[in-house]
Ligand binder design. Structure first.
Ligand SMILES: Cc1cc2nc3c(=O)[nH]c(=O)nc-3n(C[C@H](O)[C@H](O)[C@H](O)COP(=O)(O)OP(=O)(O)OC[C@H]3O[C@@H](n4cnc5c(N)ncnc54)[C@H](O)[C@@H]3O)c2cc1C
Length: 347
């Protein structure tokens, strides 16, 4: 049996099998709904079922509470139809222009830029003209069928090589081999398989609102792509750009010099914030939680668009507190949460 799903307010219609998630069925029909982790953990795909019923696969109960489910909310990445449906969710029209493709890639270089951060460059096949929006991510397709997501750090106009910033998770299936802690180690010239581009976290260019960019750790990767795209398109000449980057200690700010160069060359505001500054850092800059530094400096965010990326705990705190205390409209907050297997195990 196949069910019909009608999306409001766009009035788009697609078919969905009972064992197919609503997000997957929409994507197959070329209709892109908002999504991030695709694992029921980040909440980017949350919307309302106004008619009909769905059942959910595994998801985090903090991301969709039983009360929200009773009120008709659903996580479309892991919701399966039990009848024809009418759902309320924003269709991302631009993302539909760039549907994901699977392709091989070669590891062109591995550069360790901090104790636990590697910059990885991937060479694409010569005939591949990769197009993506600044902020999107790709997935590595691992031999055992699992996938790992990493955000592109290069801007879309520099698409000969893909740049990724990867943090080491001790005990992690993918990054242990990247950092030489598991056999076989990942090496330069290895061939990998990827699917790209993915995600609906990307710069919206149809407004002149000021832009607040918020990164924690390697969440700097998609923010770098967005910033370099902004300079390429000269968006900074029309829109104010403010960048906050939170890390534990000074050595974790692995591209601090680049961010300082952006300040010098393009006049953007950049505030690095350390949560665990060490005495040897001799740090005289901001300390504490990065989203709290933003709230202290910009108590009124009502006119801003916010792009936040990195640790799930930072993204969720920023989403909640900016909305609750700084007047940021919910639809002006865009985010990718770097959900890992450890976060999924908490559900
Ligand atoms: C949209 C998106 C974009 C991302 N972009 C980036 C990026 O640009 N840069 C980046 O560094 N990361 C990014 N991530 C995170 C990345 O995808 C991986 O989750 C991360 O690199 C860890 O992968 P891994 O295979 O090394 O570790 P995993 O095998 O996923 O394990 C992660 C940690 O969890 C522990 N663990 C595993 N299983 C369990 C369990 N059952 N119970 C408890 N603990 C467990 C492991 O020991 C390890 O410490 C992104 C994630 C998402 C969803």
């Amino acid at each position: 049996m196949t069910f019909t799903v009608t999306v409001h307010p766009s009035n788009k219609v697609f078919s969905c099998e009972p064992d197919q998630s609503i997000l997957d069925a929409a994507m197959k029909a070329g209709i892109v709904l908002p999504y991030g982790c695709k694992n029921g953990a980040c909440g980017s795909c949350k919307g309302t079922v106004s008619q009909g019923s769905v059942k959910h696969g595994p998801h985090q109960s903090s991301t969709l509470t039983p009360a929200e489910e009773t009120a008709g909310l659903a996580l479309f990445c892991c919701a399966y139809p039990e009848s024809d449906l009418h759902i309320q969710v924003r269709v991302i029209s631009m993302a539909g222009d760039l549907l994901p493709k699977k392709m091989p890639a070669r590891i062109a270089s591995l550069e360790r830029v901090a104790d636990d951060v590697m910059i990885v460059k991937l060479q694409l096949p010569a005939n591949e003209n990769l197009q993506f929006f600044a902020g999107q991510y790709l997935e590595f397709l691992l031999r055992d069928g699992s996938r790992r997501a990493y955000s592109m750090a290069n801007p879309p106009h520099q698409n000969q090589q893909i740049e990724l910033h990867m943090r080491h998770f001790p005990g992690g299936k993918f990054t242990d081999s990247l950092f030489g802690n598991a056999q076989p180690p990942t090496k330069e010239r290895d061939i990998v398989r990827i699917e790209v581009p993915l995600g609906t976290f990307f710069l919206r260019e149809d407004t002149t609102k000021p832009i607040l960019l918020l990164a924690s750790g390697t969440g700097f990767a998609p923010i770098k792509s967005i910033v370099e795209h902004i300079f390429f398109k000269r968006i900074h000449e029309q829109r104010k750009i403010v960048l906050y980057w939170g890390c534990r200690s000074k050595k974790d700010l692995y591209l601090n010099t680049l961010a300082e160069k952006w300040v010098h060359d393009y006049g953007i505001n950049y505030v690095p914030v350390l949560s665990e500054a060490k005495p040897e850092d001799a740090w005289t800059g901001r300390t504490g939680l990065v989203h709290q530094a933003v709230m202290a400096d910009l108590p009124d965010l009502s006119s801003y668009e916010v792009y936040a990326c990195g640790a799930p705990v930072m993204v969720e705190a920023a989403r909640r507190d900016f909305n609750q205390y700084c007047g940021l409209p919910t639809e002006a907050f865009f985010a990718d949460s770097f959900i890992s297997a450890a976060d999924l195990a908490k559900s």
